[in-house]
Design a protein around this ligand. Structure first.
Ligand code: IPM
Ligand code: MN
Length: 369
């Protein structure tokens, strides 16, 4: 008997339910093929539910999710709800209360996918961003006085504890070790690096030239931890320069680790370079608890119900979830099916231009498994 996993499904708003339906279809097919089952509970939290009931999240929401092995999330955001309410009240609250301190965002160009970066191929765009996911300005400390007057003063504190920094860095170093074993050294390394025994590279992204206190903490902690991982070559890049290299030389990157807001910003850039929101997936991870996987794109309200939205990001998120749960073969098979679909079938990643409907893309992935 294969394993059974308890999955909480949060389809959310807009096109969220449509893409999640396809992800679930693929989960079922992968389960049949690879010998596992999923026990799913769906929660309809989101903008629609908030407008109908006035409740953003029930009090026991976090407790309910904690009873699962993982969470699969569609999209949160509703045009009739003031920006910030659902983002803070659902997405950020869950990330915080489930202590999902890592946001793992692979930037991977699948074959056949159009990238806005001229002359870059799939082998050039294949790195992972480890975004710290609960600290920094997202901590929510700050305030304003004389609010609404010409003398208003506002501040939003950028805070990190050493523990938060260390646990994030540890995850990133370990990922770098795992991503490339001895037999698979990474291309970003020079021959000299390889001779020196390095197998992978970890780049810390910050702004140590200006934000000296917080980035100084990250940098010190990074260099103190590095000797524990002698195979990982360390590098440092200012965040502004990072956006240049992500466009000009994405092949230089292997694993990037960075703080929350910088990670938020550079991963949107990364998502565009890998073909846009239709294909970019991510995971909010608590390595000691319950993790939540989601397509990075939003709820895309204008496409709701039309059957034109691209479900590959959600399907990719489901694959990440399976990999995280230990179903590595199933995850790899789904990734391969996505690559075949993008390489030989789909005309475009954009909504309405795929040459397939949303559910046909789900069926296609199932048939390619
Ligand atoms: C993301 C989003 C969220 C964030 C918003 C919706 C709160 O942009 O997942 O990247 O800023 O983290
Ligand atoms: Mn974002």
């Amino acid at each position: 008997m294969g394993k059974n996993y308890k999955i909480a499904v949060l389809p959310g708003d807009g096109t969220g339910p449509e893409v999640i339906a396809e992800a679930v279809k693929v989960l079922d097919a992968a389960g049949k093929k690879f010998g596992f089952t999923t026990d799913r509970t769906t929660y309809n939290w989101g903008g629609e539910n908030y407008l109908a009931t006035g409740e953003i999240l029930p009090d026991d929401a976090v407790a309910k999710l904690k009873a699962n092995d993982a969470v699969l999330l569609g999209a949160i955001g509703h045009p009739k709800v003031k920006p910030g309410v659902l983002e803070k009240g659902i997405l950020l609250r869950l990330r915080f209360e489930l202590d999902q301190y890592i946001n793992l965002r692979p930037v991977k160009l699948f074959p056949g996918v159009e990238t806005p970066l001229a002359n870059k191929r799939p082998e050039d765009i294949d790195y992972v961003v480890v975004r710290e996911n609960t600290g920094g300005v997202y901590t929510g400390m700050g305030g304003s006085v004389q609010t609404g007057t010409p003398d208003e003063v506002a501040c939003q504190n950028w805070v990190y504890t050493r523990k938060q920094v260390d646990r994030c860095l540890k995850f990133a170093f370990e990922l770098a070790m795992k991503r490339h074993g001895k037999d698979n050294p990474w291309r970003g390394l020079s021959d000299d690096d390889r001779k020196a025994g390095y197998t992978s590279q970890l780049t810390l992204v910050g702004k140590t030239n200006v934000l000296t206190y917080v980035c100084g903490l990250w940098e010190r902690a990074f260099h103190e931890m590095a000797p524990k991982y002698p195979q990982v070559k360390t590098a440092y890049c200012h965040v502004d320069a990072t956006t240049m290299w992500m466009v000009k030389n994405p092949e230089w990157f292997d694993v990037i680790v960075t703080e929350n807001l910088m990670g938020d910003i550079i991963t949107d850039l990364g998502a565009m370079t890998q073909g846009g929101m239709g294909i970019a997936a991510g995971g909010n991870l608590n390595p000691e608890g319950v993790s939540m996987f989601e397509p990075i794109g939003g709820s895309a309200p204008k496409y709701t119900g039309l059957g034109v939205i691209n479900p590959l990001a959600a399907i990719g998120a489901a694959a990440m979830m399976l990999d995280y749960l230990g179903e590595h073969a199933a995850a790899a098979a789904i990734e391969k099916a996505i690559a075949t679909a993008t390489g030989t079938k789909l005309k475009s990643m954009a909504a309405g231009k795929m040459g397939y409907s949303t559910s046909e893309v789900g069926d296609l992935i199932v048939s390619l498994l």
